[in-house]
Design a protein around this ligand. Structure first.
Ligand SMILES: Cc1cc2nc3c(=O)[nH]c(=O)nc-3n(C[C@H](O)[C@H](O)[C@H](O)COP(=O)(O)OP(=O)(O)OC[C@H]3O[C@@H](n4cnc5c(N)ncnc54)[C@H](O)[C@@H]3O)c2cc1C
Length: 182
């Protein structure tokens, strides 16, 4: 099971196997589309009868022969011992439960950045990602810099977080120097 198709999708045990993505937003469609490069089929399991994804992303899913959308359905359980061999899914309208053979289950149900302690102090967007000044790691509070998954809703990768951390550290050091502190 994985929370990141870009991180794990290319692993050998997902290749030429049926895969499953849980979700219905842009991320779920993006992850499903990406996984079609590796899997034989990608079941996109969504709890409602329409996707929350933008129209253009929805069309991308509908046009892709390797994406099979399973409507009104939730994941009940993952099946398998050391590795996933299937998924137990339930139709929320009929209560029908069935088992589908898949080698991987990918969660794409959204991310919540861990920024609550800074609410009311640092500017953030409506989903909680900190807002930094473009081209810098500066927040709205002088001397406070942000780096990583707390501000990056686009890439959310270890290497981009580390790069932002490096930039934030350099900016912090420069700021301290400007204050005559370091
Ligand atoms: C399941 C999974 C698989 C992933 N696989 C990959 C992958 O293969 N490749 C890849 O590039 N990326 C992967 N990622 C994404 C990657 O892990 C993140 O993008 C990266 O770790 C973000 O780094 P960060 O420093 O911003 O945040 P984090 O790594 O989350 O670090 C935040 C730190 O802050 C600490 N913290 C939180 N609150 C407080 C507090 N109040 N006080 C003090 N400390 C606090 C936490 O304990 C944590 O140590 C994966 C993520 C997940 C969830």
């Amino acid at each position: 099971m994985s929370a990141c198709a870009v991180c794990d999708g290319a692993l050998p045990f997902f290749r030429n196997q049926p895969l499953m993505v849980i979700g219905g937003g842009d991320t779920a469609v993006e992850e499903s589309t990406y996984l079609t490069k590796f899997g034989t089929i990608v079941y996109l399991v969504h709890r409602r009868d329409e996707l929350r994804a933008s129209k253009i992303m929805q069309q991308r899913a509908f046009d892709n022969d390797k994406i099979s959308i399973v409507w009104d359905t939730v994941l009940e359980d993952a099946v398998g011992d050391q590795f996933v061999t299937g998924a137990r899914i339930k139709n929320v309208k009929t209560d029908e439960v069935k088992e589908v053979e898949v080698a991987g289950i990918f969660y794409a149900i959204g991310h919540t950045p861990n920024t609550q302690p800074f609410k009311g102090q640092l500017d953030m967007d409506k989903t909680g990602y900190l807002i930094i000044k473009p081209g810098t790691q500066e927040t709205n509070v002088e001397g406070v810099f942000a780096a990583g998954d707390v501000h990056d809703h686009k890439y959310r990768q270890a290497v981009t977080a580390a790069g932002a951390g490096c930039a934030a550290a350099l900016e912090a050091e420069r700021w301290l120097g400007d204050q005559g502190i370091a």
